[in-house]
Design a protein around this ligand. Sequence first.
Ligand code: SF4
Length: 147
Amino acid sequence: MERLHAFLLLGLCLLKSLLAPLLGARRGLGDFERSYAPDRLPPLTPHERRALPTLSGCIACGLCDLGEGLRAGRSSGVYDGPMDLMLASSRSMPDFDAAARSFAAVSDERLAELELRCPARVPMREVAAFVRAKSAELPSPSRRRMG
Ligand code: SF4
């Protein structure tokens, strides 16, 4: 019975979303922004949507962290090496303003060098550019939705 109920519900939702454009009830970008801006989730551009799967290929091998200890030490805790940037900091868009500060500790020239030793071919400069771009679109943390 529960399964039947689930199928009916899914069917109803499918029908509703298929008919929405015909009935003028389709929710658009404006609705998305109104719904998700308080959660600090800006919409992706079509280019960003296509690029996203290529940005998350880090396999945590740690090779890019080699030789980055001095830079990390000088960063007063802002930068913990490129692996952290590729594997963690660049995964949560609401926190991209903090991630952008971490990326500022390492230049694109250095990221280009590190890309050459990455076995997963993570496009580190593209990840950095994505984080910077989305960070610039974030509302201030004071507007963050609570609860
Ligand atoms: S070298 Fe590449 S795969 Fe290895 S930790 Fe760095 S980004 Fe990840």
